[in-house]
Design a protein around this ligand. Sequence first.
Ligand code: AMP
Length: 131
Amino acid sequence: MASIFTKIINGEIPCYKVAENENFLAFLDINPNAKGHTLCIPKKEVDKIFDLDEETYMELMAFSRKVAKAIEKTVVCKRVGISVIGLEVPHVHVHLIPLNEMKDATFQHKVSLDQEEFVQIAEKINAALTE
Ligand code: AMP
């Protein structure tokens, strides 16, 4: 069965899109640790990150770096943290999390945003992307 993220890639379920190219997609985490929490995924559905072929792995990191730079320009934070967990969704995803305090990195502390805030932050990060 297709992962929930493959359904997002295929447009079967919606997302707040931040960036996209031929092989990768970035969108806002629906249950964010902090405003601007973004997931970067390969369109190729693979469960565990270290099972990616090396080229896709390297390209995912380069794509994530680009998105992280845009988040840093957009969201007030001390830095953007990176985590890979995957215990909930078996489709590789890199969490990019704007960090101000250690609790932002813990996945225990969540923030709630309304739809308008999700739309606005996704648009702002997208506008800050540089090639
Ligand atoms: P994990 O697999 O433990 O790394 O966590 C999966 C992450 O995906 C969680 O932070 C969820 O909030 C997020 N998530 C699950 N479903 C969606 C969705 N439909 N859109 C955006 N984020 C999602």
